[in-house]
Design a protein around this ligand. Structure first.
Ligand code: ATP
Length: 618
């Protein structure tokens, strides 16, 4: 029988590691500035004296509690956990990591009534902070995963700061990234007096680790999985999120089909970090961390090293470390999943990396080149995740640019989902105001008309679902809903042509096509978003524009839009802000997203997962 939260609290292992990433972050459902947008909008910081003092104070507090800094690795299973070590007295290179200790709070402000809506079923797994169960929606019978994180209180009845940061971190980053199919979707967050419950997409196919420990994959299978992981990482990096804990335990298969999609889970120690920003807190799981993480000066490229380790494991069934420093680490870890930190750190820093022993003689040069590039100890020489996607080893048979439009619909929907709300609305305003004879528009209109089976100019969810079922996409029913909700932000259950076109458009070619009338188009689009025509969109007008009469269900939406687009920081948007905002949009690549085109024509397995497979293509 399901364990209620209070019971979970008793079952929970004693306190795990203190988390050293003192990132200031926010839950988007609470009205505070979003770190994500702040990280995106602000230039790399010069820390103020006060920030440094706060940081040093926090670090001193942490240094005074060393027993909380590491968690002893317990052999075997479960696999060794992530850790995070604060670094006393070192200057930080990042904006927010240390500047703001968690607020003294007693609750997060999440919804109440988890048990009214869901019934717990079997346990799926457990980690340092939570126990994960299947949760069944009492009304619909749909199945989810719920991570129950028993509240940890400090003296004085307030929540322990590490716990606060950890929960908020997970929620904030999931919300930030959750619109892509590469990331386990977070549906809801609940709390009561004793517990936080995060309701997530259910992955029934097990961890990638379960498969790796059985031995190496064929090169073709490994390539597919690595491509999926690199995509997830490229999306995270594109959103200024460093994962910091890439390992096979943190990727789960959606279901038990042999080609089931992989989903990234667990963002508890991820951190917001822009390219070029540095972090100086050791964090991660020792076997997978990059040498520069041990040296406590690293940036997004540290994730690429971890990807290299996992790729090596997938291809060979072992770790890369060899020679005097590494042989034992490799053998003992793969056999027993245990190690001692000192030997691992020595191996990470100094061990030879073996690219010659079998099965390397049977693997392609491209595979070797890919893994070697990831495992370059000089982090500056490592490719970015986006560059890795273009590596010859990962290249798909059909380049995305050559794929027919109808094959890329799921990628386009994911891409649109990762835009902020203001960019989504701006795209729609541009579409509304552009010339009717645009070539892109006519292509998209033709695709839309195919979806609109009753020709009423609008596509319902069920029409879209049906379209996605009739062709060749592998999508769970829940994934279809996730994708469509992005386009139908007002939750009308309908998508009109302009919404559809805004979601499908390629920004670069769209802009190129409109070049002759670009200035005029931008002016017209801005005017159509400025209801009283006074040349500025105030915060109040922005809320109406972004969320309609109902107001925003996620309070941070308006603040995030202002942070992204209000270049002169005067709290409102004018035409100049809008122009610069549109110019700042450069990245448009579909290759970051899974096409989800069915691989074998049979779709994914729906058995008991609550994620019944839809197969289709428009
Ligand atoms: N969405 C999901 N669907 C199915 N099982 C899941 C899901 N999320 C987590 N699990 C299972 O629960 C376990 C614990 O989850 P998770 O790693 O997120 O917890 P945690 O407390 O954050 O862990 P950590 O110790 O790494 O900090 C996972 O290893 C996995 O087996």
């Amino acid at each position: 029988m399901p364990a209620p939260c209070a019971q979970l609290l008793r079952q929970q292992a004693p306190c795990g590691p203190a988390l050293g990433h003192l990132q200031r972050w926010q839950h988007p459902w609470l009205r505070r500035p979003s770190l994500a947008a702040a990280a995106a909008a602000q230039p790399p910081p010069q820390q103020t004296q006060t920030q440094q003092q706060t940081q040093q104070q926090t670090q001193q507090q942490q240094a005074a509690a060393p027993q909380q800094q590491f968690r002893q690795q317990a052999p075997p299973p479960p696999p060794p956990p992530a850790f995070s070590v604060p670094t006393a007295g070192r200057p930080s290179h990042t904006a927010d990591l240390y500047s703001s200790p968690a607020d003294p709070i007693t609750s997060f402000g999440f919804a109440h009534g988890f048990s009214d809506k869901y019934e717990l079923a079997g346990q799926l797994g457990s980690g340092t902070f939570g126990i994960v169960h299947v949760a069944v929606n009492r009304e619909t019978g749909e199945r989810y995963a719920v991570k129950s994180m028993p509240k940890r209180f400090a003296n004085g009845g307030q929540l322990e700061p590490y716990y606060v940061r950890r929960v908020r971190n997970e929620v904030d980053i999931c919300n930030h990234l959750g619109r892509s199919l590469s990331v386990c979707y977070l549906y809801e967050a609940y709390e009561d007096d004793t517990c936080v419950d995060l309701v997530m997409e259910l992955c029934t196919g097990g961890q990638l680790w379960d498969k790796i420990k059985l031995g190496s994959y064929s090169e073709a299978d490994a390539r597919r999985l690595v491509r999926e992981m690199v995509r997830a990482v490229a999306q995270c990096h594109g959103m200024n999120v460093m994962l910091r804990d890439i390992k096979p335990e943190n990727f789960m298969f959606l279901d038990s089909h042999p080609d089931a999609p992989l989903k990234a889970i667990d963002f508890g120690i991820s951190v917001f970090c822009r390219p070029g920003q540095y972090v100086d807190v050791r964090a991660g799981t020792p076997i997978y961390i990059a040498p520069e993480v041990l040296r406590m000066n690293y940036t997004l490229s540290a994730d690429i090293w971890s990807l290299g380790i996992v790729s090596y494991q997938l291809l060979t069934g072992r770790l890369p470390f060899s020679g005097e420093e590494g042989q034992d680490v490799s053998e003992v870890y793969m056999r027993k999943q245990t190690y001692d930190n000192k030997s691992v750190f020595r191996a990470v820093l100094f061990a030879e990396l073996d690219f010659t022993s079998p099965p390397w003689d049977t693997l392609s040069d491209a595979a070797r080149d890919f893994v070697q590039a990831c495992l370059n100890r000089d982090e500056k020489q490592r490719p970015t995740a986006e560059q890795l996607l273009a590596h010859s080893w990962l290249q798909e048979e059909l380049a995305v640019s050559d794929a027919p439009f109808s094959d890329t619909i799921v990628q386009r929907l994911q891409r649109f989902g990762l835009y902020g709300r203001f960019r989504q609305v701006a795209m729609r305003a541009l579409i509304h105001n552009m010339a009717r004879d645009s070539e892109q528009l006519s292509d998209m209109r033709a695709a839309f008309q195919q979806l609109d089976t009753d020709s009423d100019g609008r596509v319902t969810y069920s029409e879209l679902k049906q379209a996605l079922q009739n062709g060749h996409f592998d999508l769970s029913a829940q994934e279809v809903e996730q994708l469509l909700e992005q386009v139908d932000q007002q939750h009308r259950g309908l998508i009109d042509f302009e919404q559809w076109a805004a979601a499908m458009a390629d920004w670069r070619s769209f802009k190129d096509e409109q070049q002759a009338d670009w200035e005029g188009l931008v002016r017209r689009a801005f005017r159509s978003m400025d209801p009283d025509g006074d040349g500025v969109i105030t915060a109040q007008e922005l809320e109406l524009l972004l969320c309609g009469e109902e107001g925003c269900e996620v309070p941070d939406i308006v603040d995030a839009a202002l942070r992204e687009a209000d270049a002169d920081h005067d709290g409102k948007l004018d035409l100049q802000d809008f122009k610069s905002f549109l110019e700042s949009k450069t990245d448009d690549s579909l290759s970051l997203f899974e096409s989800r085109i069915s691989r074998d024509g049979s779709g994914s397995d729906s058995s008991g997962s609550g994620s019944d497979s839809c197969k289709g293509g428009a």
